[in-house]
Write a protein that binds this ligand. Structure first.
Ligand code: 13P
Length: 289
């Protein structure tokens, strides 16, 4: 299948009351094993890369590899640019074939966030590329964007409504108490706030900080309209831990196929667990129109 815009993918998931996981990928290899695991689950999936990964691997290379892998594994796949603050990188991604981009202007005042988001909506929406924007502030570290816990801010429902009306953004990531990375304490998820936002805005919502959240918490968020669930840290941890373990047990190992296979197996397990969590198993369709 070709790469799909994530707008119809997420609208359908929301209507069908399941989520779609967006997995952060950091290498060409990971594009293949995420899709291999998703194909084994017969599940739609979103691949996403940070700006750092785009700068390291190249937007065009990533988009070409993702398109090839999506064609090979034959499951609905979206390709998303995560947390981008730079208009030029967004332009590069759109030109390269990304089917979704996030403009993260959440660190700016409301009006500035609106203006920056509108610019990206103007650039991308007519091309069928999805746009995601953030309101409030999600704490933790994602690539080179770091938000201290004390600066975290939950999104204001009335502002979400105003923001979507003013920008016409097709997907919105409101901060509702999750954090990027592994939680130090019990996450304080504001379900009432999600419900209120969902009543006021029609677009699919995005849950950032999906790693290490209890399954029932994620399922409740999905049932309240959070159709896209982002997972990065848990995938990186499983992959790296398998390599670390391999070298502790086999310090003289030289064949990348051995430790990369272990890492791939461990990461694929996470992909499958998260797909089960959002209930997107066996939800493959051939088109979204
Ligand atoms: P985690 O690293 O907590 O899974 O968060 C991922 C994310 O939200 C990417 O934008």
């Amino acid at each position: 299948m070709p790469l799909f815009s994530t707008t119809p993918m997420l609208q359908k998931a929301k209507a069908d009351k399941h989520g779609i996981v967006a997995f952060n990928v950091h290498s060409f290899d990971s594009i293949f094993w995420v899709l291999e695991a998703a194909a084994e689950m017969h599940s739609p999936v979103i691949l996403q890369t940070t700006v750092g990964t785009v700068k390291q691997l190249g937007a065009q290379n990533i988009a070409k590899v993702a398109a090839t892998a999506s064609d090979y594994y034959n499951i609905p796949t979206g390709l998303h640019l995560d947390h981008c603050t730079e208009y030029e990188v967004i332009k590069q991604a759109v030109r390269a074939g990304y089917t979704s981009v996030m403009i993260d202007a959440s660190m700016h005042p409301f009006e500035e966030n609106v203006a920056r988001t509108k610019n990206v909506v103007e650039l991308a929406k007519s091309l069928g590329v999805n746009i995601e924007a953030e309101l409030g502030k999600v704490s933790g570290v994602e690539d080179d964007i770091a938000v201290d816990e004390s600066d975290a801010q939950k999104a204001v429902p009335e502002e979400c409504k105003k923001f979507v009306e003013m920008t016409e953004v097709p997907t919105l990531a409101p901060a509702i108490g999750t954090a990027h990375g592994i939680y130090k304490g019990k996450p304080d998820i504001d379900f009432d706030r999600i419900e209120e936002i969902s009543k006021l805005v029609d677009v699919p919502l995005v849950l950032h900080g999906g790693s290490a959240l209890p399954d029932d918490v994620v399922r409740r968020c999905v049932s309240l309209g959070m159709a896209k669930v982002n997972v990065s840290t848990e995938l990186k941890n499983a992959y790296s831990e398998a390599i670390r373990k391999h070298f502790i047990e086999n310090p003289d190992s030289l064949d990348p196929r051995t430790y990369l296979q272990n890492a791939k197996d461990a990461a694929k397990e996470i992909v499958k667990t998260k797909i089960t969590m959002v209930d997107s198993k066996d939800k493959v369709v051939s088109s979204f129109v």
